[in-house]
Design a binder for this molecule. Structure first.
Ligand SMILES: *Cc1c(COP(=O)(O)O)cnc(C)c1O
Length: 400
């Protein structure tokens, strides 16, 4: 058995786990490089003017994204709320303080029905906790131009566009068109690009504000990056005297995220992608040809430059479904946590990002162990309910 030192987990008596799921909040999002860890830790022992630190962050964000300005907050979800608030209040402190009770007359956020996703919490709530209203346009699988146009009225504060595997992937109004329709009505566009690698494209496409997570692909400390037009960014930053207080970022995360942005620019993306693809091949070769197991390398659904290994289970041959396989992997020690949000369709995926040295080998052995015994695993009737409701049940079970 390949060895991996889980000393840190043992120290705190935590369950050792290997994340082949992706950048999930519930698993600690991502792991940081040593320079990012050092920049974060170093900031902890200094006083600093936060406005000065946020000005440095703005410079780093401008450099990475091409935006006019930027600042950091607690998370991408916070960034969405603050950006929406900005579109309602501008840089008027009394209006900032009036939220969420009095959002003013322009308080509707136009969003396509197919973009009303959950990323651990409903996106509607990130909108409405500012006092804004959700103005959903179109139906889940089709949003036509007239529906977007019809939603844009004198009450519209902003259009919100979500780029994510969580959204419906056909029938939607594409970003460029959405921006055009909103801008034709004088409405600014906020893009939720929390999980996207492309730091420049959405600004280049004309988005007024783009929001990223610092702790996803960037591997920074938990943070949200807000980038965009200077006046809107300033108005979003001003929300820190209002609803943004509970979403504040600390100095340590500011400096860690600046380092993460700088590192991202220097990173050898091609070599890392090639290594990740080698890992996928390694896993694929280890299990290809096993009865009832089918594999393919699939591209990221939103076009991030990364592939994942999709493992499809033919239940009739294998004797159990993909859900049972995913569960069985999660019950090993260390637990192997796969990407399972479409598992009821008969497959799950393995994400190769953020593996530590030696972990690819442990995953390979685990896959061989679980997948080479057709007829050994059993479906459990509750499995799908556990997968579907697990995100909430884990909260309900905590603290009992
Ligand atoms: C992860 C994610 C979020 C939330 O990001 P946090 O930084 O964890 O708040 C919002 N939108 C999308 C599309 C996401 O993938």
């Amino acid at each position: 058995m390949a060895q991996q030192d889980f000393a840190w987990h043992k120290k705190y008596n935590l369950k050792p786990l290997i994340n082949v799921s992706g950048t999930m909040t519930g698993l600690g999002a991502s792991i940081a490089s040593t320079p990012i860890v050092n920049a974060t830790a170093e900031a902890m022992s200094h006083f600093v003017s936060i406005h000065e630190a946020q000005a440095l962050a703005s410079t780093a964000i401008e450099h990475s994204t091409g935006a006019e300005a930027g600042f950091l907050t607690a998370s991408a979800s916070a960034g969405i709320s603050l950006s929406i608030a900005a579109c309602m209040t501008g840089v008027d402190p009394s209006r900032v303080e009036a939220l969420p009770v009095d959002p003013g007359p322009c308080n509707e956020i136009v969003i396509q029905a197919g973009h009303l996703c959950g990323y651990g919490a409903p996106i509607e709530q990130a909108i409405t906790l500012t006092g804004a209203k959700v103005k959903s346009v179109g139906q889940s699988t089709l949003c036509m131009d007239h529906q977007v146009k019809g939603g844009l009225t004198s009450s519209t504060a902003a259009g919100l566009f979500v780029v994510s595997h969580h959204t419906v992937h056909y029938g939607q109004c594409p970003l460029q068109r959405f921006i055009q329709l909103c801008h034709d009505s004088g409405v600014p566009v906020i893009v939720d690009a929390a999980s996207e690698y492309d730091l420049r494209g959405f600004i280049e496409a004309g988005a007024d504000i783009v929001v990223y997570s610092g702790h996803k692909f960037l591997g920074g400390p938990t943070s949200g990056i807000v980038a965009g037009k200077r006046d809107l960014v300033r108005a979003a930053y001003l929300q820190n005297i209002g609803i943004g207080r509970g979403m504040k970022i600390g100095k340590e995360s500011i400096f860690g995220t600046i380092e993460a942005l700088e590192e991202w620019e220097k990173r050898d993306h091609e070599t890392i992608r090639a290594q990740e693809n080698e890992t996928l091949e390694h896993w694929l070769n280890a299990i290809s040809g096993l009865p009832g197991v089918f594999t393919r390398v699939v591209p990221d659904p939103t076009g991030n430059p990364l592939e994942r290994l999709q493992i499809e289970i033919d239940e009739a041959i294998f004797g159990a479904n993909a859900i049972a396989v995913a569960r069985s992997l999660s019950e090993l020690e260390p637990a192997i946590i796969v990407r399972n949000h479409e598992v009821e369709l008969g497959y799950f995926q393995l994400d190769p990002c953020n593996l530590k040295p030696g972990q690819a080998e442990i995953v390979r052995e685990a896959l061989q162990k679980v997948l080479s015994k057709p007829g050994y695993l059993k479906n459990s009737p509750e499995d799908l309910e556990i997968v579907r409701n697990g995100g909430v049940d884990a909260y309900l079970g905590w603290g009992l």
